[in-house]
Design a protein around this ligand. Sequence first.
Ligand code: HEM
Length: 180
Amino acid sequence: MSTRTDYTVGQKVVHWLMAILITLDLFVAQKLGGVMEDWDRLESRADHGSLGTIVAVLFVIRLVLRWRHGAPPLPASMPDWQRSLARWGHTLLYFFIGFLIVSGLATAMNATAPIALFGAFDITLGQTATDTFDMLRPVHEFATNAVIALIVIHLAAALYHHFVARDDSTRRMLQTWKST
Ligand code: HEM
């Protein structure tokens, strides 16, 4: 059983940076599902991939911080079924964010036109046929939808804890600048 009562400031900062950047990247990516001019698609892929790569680095930092510092216990007032749902929800969020990043990287690497991350590093493997890209893209789209669904559930749970259960689990994540 953990003796900690809060996340570290570093864990909270990474949490919010990831939340902001994933939302931003979703906005950049939402037009990729439609019809686009070639130049626009290639530029948007590079912007989207660059942001996604920053999310990937933050995700690795997040895993290291979680492994080193753990997580504070869930509120004592929480019934067992909610504890179990919270653990599943968090585990699935970690899993699908990891899957989203890996599937995005794999999709980008198999594109047939260059994708220059940060305008400098072409991530593609030089494929000339689109088969692998066409196979991986829907996998990445599925991972996106799973992450969106889990984020909606995560937000609903945070609101529930703040306004209905009135425990301090949401407040301690909102108070990013301090760790109790
Ligand atoms: C932050 C996490 C990410 C999110 C939320 C995300 C989301 C999306 C979405 C919504 C699409 C469009 C799917 C559709 O509607 O058809 C997409 C496409 C794509 N993503 Fe990501 N993605 C992420 C990470 C990445 C990463 C890390 C890379 C590669 C470095 C990447 C590369 C791509 C590529 C190559 C496409 C296909 C673009 C196209 O069809 O022209 N994504 N992504």
